[in-house]
Write a protein that binds this ligand. Structure first.
Ligand SMILES: NC(=O)c1ccc[n+]([C@@H]2O[C@H](COP(=O)([O-])OP(=O)(O)OC[C@H]3O[C@@H](n4cnc5c(N)ncnc54)[C@H](O)[C@@H]3O)[C@@H](O)[C@H]2O)c1
Length: 377
């Protein structure tokens, strides 16, 4: 996107979760665009170990705090013109209430503090996720567009991976998610992101605060925490590749996903920040390319310089969608132009994770915990 900046110079931007992967890249870009930046982040595991990562931009002001705390929001929002709310609890953990407590309550607190304190915030942009669509939309040759329920545990146990038409049991084809699709999240993470969106649009409109939701697909690039392997096929498979292990994929490896580069995601943030046409809208932030997990594993092997020895484990995560392609035409119509390839993001991640040989042990520990806790079955 164009680097032309339309906001007045030197305004203060708050980035929650700005010590994380996407937030950290966003902080760098905002500083480059001459905004002043404040970060609110609790530096908690699994992403952190209580310390700021080495790459954290020293030009940003850092406030250690928790988005579940009203007091921390009050301090963080003082003097702020724009807010990017990225801090979140993620993945498939069994402490379901933490998702609501972190992702939904924090959004309510954000508006509560702004309204109560009459803080003159001009725009709020919240990180949502394609998880709000749940299993999404499929097409049946006989019955047209259908909204199947997530696969049952019995179906998954039997290794019947593909979706079936809820009307006649026929095989289904996935349809790329559009912003106008009904939101039907299947896991607490997605439910908390949907609730967060409902709060931001209703409170944003009621109190006249332009608000935007960005529904990212799967984001790739450097700085994804080397301690954190609860989700993200690139992270797991790249570490297996570098360790010379077989690349073990869940289910049969034919799941369709959409992978987007973090720099394209950052460009999307700058665009919606500076475009009034984005106000009160939700946007998919994906590449628009439907890619099988197996194809991603082949790209990882190539970029890691190893032969692609790909295995399927037949393991699955309860509530994970079978396919999740994404339609990015709405954001493109606003002027967004994602330019990076999947191989770019894979290369950036591999170069990054090579610096942390300890990642192999973190991956092994995480996979063991996921099996013990039945997050991976
Ligand atoms: N990475 C992806 O592929 C992806 C996909 C869809 C949506 N998202 C969303 O993007 C956002 C950023 O994700 P990321 O991949 O950069 O993750 P990340 O873990 O690297 O960054 C999240 C940051 O939030 C902070 N944080 C978590 N809980 C907090 C709390 N209670 N108070 C203060 N700070 C807290 C963490 O310390 C971390 O620095 C999240 O909202 C996530 O749901 C990410």
């Amino acid at each position: 996107m164009s680097s032309k900046k339309t906001q007045s110079k030197n305004e203060l931007v708050l980035v929650t979760g700005g010590a994380g992967f996407i937030g950290g890249h966003l902080v760098d870009a905002l500083l480059e665009h001459e905004y002043r930046v404040r970060v609110l982040d609790n530096l908690a595991p699994p992403t952190h170990n209580g310390k700021l990562p080495k790459w954290f931009n020293k030009e940003a002001e850092f406030q250690k705090g928790d988005v579940r705390s009203k007091e921390d929001w009050e301090k963080a929002l003082d003097g702020v013109s724009f807010v990017f709310h990225l801090a979140a609890y993620m993945d498939f953990h069994p402490d379901f209430s933490t998702y609501i407590d972190t992702n939904a309550k924090s959004t309510a607190l954000l508006y509560e503090v702004i309204v109560e304190k009459k803080y003159p915030v001009k725009k709020i942009i919240v990180a949502s996720s394609q998880s709000v669509y749940g299993e999404g939309v499929y097409s049946c040759t006989m019955d047209g567009i259908v909204h199947p329920l997530p696969r049952s545990e019995a179906q998954l146990k039997a290794g019947e991976w593909e979706m079936k038409c809820p009307i006649d049991g026929a095989p289904l084809m996935p349809v790329a998610q559009k912003e106008t699709d009904r939101l039907s999240p299947t896991i607490p993470y997605g439910i908390s992101k949907k609730t967060s969106e409902e709060l931001l649009f209703s409170l944003g409109r009621l109190y006249g605060i332009p608000s935007v939701a960005l529904r990212y697909t799967i984001v790739h690039g450097a700085r994804q925490s080397f301690r954190h392997f609860y989700s993200g096929v690139l992270r797991q498979i790249a570490v297996m590749a570098l360790a010379g292990q077989p690349l073990e994929l869940h289910e049969d490896g034919k799941q369709v996903r959409d992978y987007i580069n973090v720099h394209d995601v950052v460009d999307a943030h700058l665009l919606v920040l500076e475009s009034p046409k984005a106000d009160f809208e939700a946007f998919n932030v994906g590449s628009g390319r439907a890619t099988k997990v197996r194809e991603l594993a082949e790209i990882i092997a190539t970029e890691a310089g190893i032969p692609a020895f790909i295995k399927t484990s037949g393991l699955y995560r309860l509530g994970a969608p079978r396919h999740s392609p994404s339609d990015n035409s709405k954001l493109k119509a606003l002027g967004w132009n994602p330019t990076r390839t999947i191989a770019d993001g894979v290369r950036e991640y591999i170069a990054w994770i090579r610096q942390f040989p300890e990642a192999k042990q973190f991956l092994a520990d995480t996979l063991r915990t996921m099996k013990e806790k039945r997050l991976l079955r």
